[in-house]
Design a binder for this molecule. Structure first.
Ligand code: BJW
Length: 326
């Protein structure tokens, strides 16, 4: 096990890369566990560490049903901002590399903790991508007795009160005023306090507030997603490999898939900027740690299997696919 960058690897690092590539090419049952670091170079912040603060709030403090009950306006401002940023962002080469690996290897299943929609936009085959923590672009009713769910809602802002405030700049040289979006993740930028009447309502029960269709702390992961993964795990044959990419692997049950894969024989390959961010059970003999920006190192290290990435079109988001459960 050694840390490595793909661009100027030492001889020892090159040997590690080649040993991983050799194992990958022989592997048939492969998992990937993805986290926020995968989308970092697309410009989206991670949860823990420097990028994890939104205004004065720890991002994970806003990701709870209790926070939404207490202050739905603030929580919607946080999620509306993130929907807006994710829509402006583009998938990076690592999203495309993983999508290509899924096309090359039938037995490759990706478990993503990310809610930003970038893997689907990189055309990751849908049946091989399990969204453990939902999607920023699903919305559902917050009322306990209402089961309204809407998928692929890309309306930005979802209600006018959640529009990103702008400042008008006068460049003095032209008559037109340039409009600049303000960065509301910065606590110095004023945002209004929003109440029930400003926020999106459920079209089914007409009473409840809509909420983002993501999995908050204390909530169960989508049952269909969990059972699909269980079925995959139970299939005959060992698991050859799990790639742990851009995640601190601290949130469960997602992080538990590393040990579950290991229990089925998998070797573990970690791709992370931070050499300390290894899964809780550590790294074993025969595992790999590749240090660097996933967007740079992943396409390089996967190249013997996926080849050179060709064009990377940013697929247009599919719209208007509303589903009401029940
Ligand atoms: C780069 C990079 C670059 C940067 N290149 N790398 C067992 C033990 C202890 C606790 C629990 C347990 N089981 C359950 C719990 C409780 C809890 C939990 O895990 N708590 C822990 C904090 C201890 N889990 C839950 O509550 C889960 N629910 C549950 O268990 O329900 C049980 C239940 C059953 C039945 C009925 C009812 C309940 C739910 C967890 C939901 C997590 N949700 C969030 C928010 C989603 C919505 C949103 O996006 O806002 O998911 S929290 C947040 O963390 C988000 C992420 O998906 C998740 C993981 O974070 P991630 O992706 O790893 O990000 P970071 O920031 O931590 O790491 C980024 C990494 O990238 C770092 O390592 C960087 O170094 C690296 N990096 N740039 C490569 N360019």
């Amino acid at each position: 096990m050694a840390s490595s960058t793909a661009h100027h690897p030492s001889v020892a690092q090159q040997a590690e890369i080649e040993s991983f590539q050799d194992h990958l090419s022989k592997s048939t049952r492969i998992l990937a566990l993805l986290g926020a670091g995968l989308s970092a170079s697309s410009g989206l912040p991670t949860f823990r560490g420097a990028g994890g603060l939104w205004r004065t709030h720890d991002a994970t403090d806003l990701a709870t049903p209790e926070a939404f009950s207490r202050n739905p306006g603030l929580v919607w401002q946080f999620y509306s901002y993130r929907r807006h940023m994710a829509l402006k962002a583009k998938p990076n080469p690592a999203h495309y590399a993983l999508a290509e690996l899924a096309r090359q290897k039938d037995g490759f299943l990706t478990l993503s903790q990310n809610v930003d929609g970038l893997s689907p936009r990189a055309k990751h085959p849908e049946d091989r991508l399990k969204l453990l923590h939902g999607s920023l672009f699903d919305v559902k009713c917050f009322e306990f007795f209402c089961n309204y769910v809407e998928r692929n809602n890309y309306t930005d802002p979802i209600v006018p009160a959640l529009a990103i405030p702008t400042s008008e700049e006068d460049p003095t040289t032209t008559s037109a005023l340039a409009v600049r979006e303000l960065d509301i993740s910065d606590e110095r930028v004023y945002i209004p306090e929003l109440d029930y009447e400003h926020l999106p309502k459920c079209p089914k029960c007409k009473r409840g507030l809509l909420r983002p269709g993501v999995v908050w702390f204390g909530e169960a992961l989508p049952s269909g997603v969990l059972s699909d993964i269980d079925d995959w795990m139970k299939q005959k044959g060992k698991v050859d490999l799990i790639m742990v990419i851009g995640t601190s692997a601290k949130v469960y049950p997602a992080a538990g898939y590393v040990d579950a894969a290991r229990a089925k024989g998998a070797r573990v390959a970690v791709f992370n900027m931070d050499p300390n961010d290894v899964p809780a059970s550590g790294l074993y003999e025969g595992d790999w740690f590749f240090q660097g920006d996933a967007a740079q190192i992943l396409p390089e290290i996967l190249k013997p299997v996926i080849g050179e990435l060709k064009e990377m079109p940013d697929a247009a988001a599919e719209q208007d696919d509303a589903v009401t459960d029940g």
